[in-house]
Design a protein. Sequence first.
Length: 298
Amino acid sequence: MKKIFVLLLILTLLPLAGCAGESTDSSKIQITATLFPQYDFARHIGGDKVEVTLLLPSGQESHLYDPSPSDMAKISESDLFIYTGDMMEGWAGDIASSVGSDVKILDASRNITLFAHDDDHGHSLDPHIWLDFDNAKAMCANIATELILLSPENEAYFTENLINYTNALTALDNEFKKEFENGQGKELIFGGRFAVGYLTRRYNIKYKSAYDSCSANSEPSVQDITALSDFVKANDIKVVFCEEFSDPKIAREIASANNGEVLVMHSCHNTSREEREQDVTFISLMENNLSNIRKGLQ
Ligand SMILES: [Zn+2]
């Protein structure tokens, strides 16, 4: 009797499983997120009550991205549109005036203080807020607030997911803290565009970087590259970091000065096709960063 029941249950569920992900389920809150962090946060907090779409195509560099008409259509069909903030997606501010009032718009940096860093343009605000795990928690809380407004009957569910995910971020934060609480081994060397200022600031990480920001229009000088190459040689540094989706040429050049290797420091703006197939998460990417950092410190 029991077996028949289970079989019937499986048969009933099969058609549902078959169409998951292929078409939108109108019973779920439809969310469109610009970048990977808020996409992943929304998936974790919304759970099975939401369907989240990542607006950026896989592998797309995020700073050069501009929404296409079909992206705009996708946003218009959503219940909730989440972007990082005006410093990251300058175009997102105009979305409000071009989509209907039935799309809620969330600036995920609401209530978060951006820190300023010095670069060749002087003093600018760093938009990569998610790389400080307190900010990541605040982004999650902002997302939970919006979800509860959209679906008050699921408040307890979203709140529980938020608590669980916040705890996971705290555990991650503690792992990073532990790695640096007694100072650090070798200095970290960044040979690609530099996006992880929130991370280096949070844990007081000593580093040297060829690039002073994440922007593509700040190439390091020959003197800068030579100085870094001399530094890795003098300090026997075997690892040079490079950001995902950026040209590793300069990082390789610096690493080769001491027969070292180039490892990825994933800044999590976006993910590649392979990473999406593996269903990586913000936390798994950051765990991988930590394991690469450990190699860099040796
Ligand atoms: Zn960036």
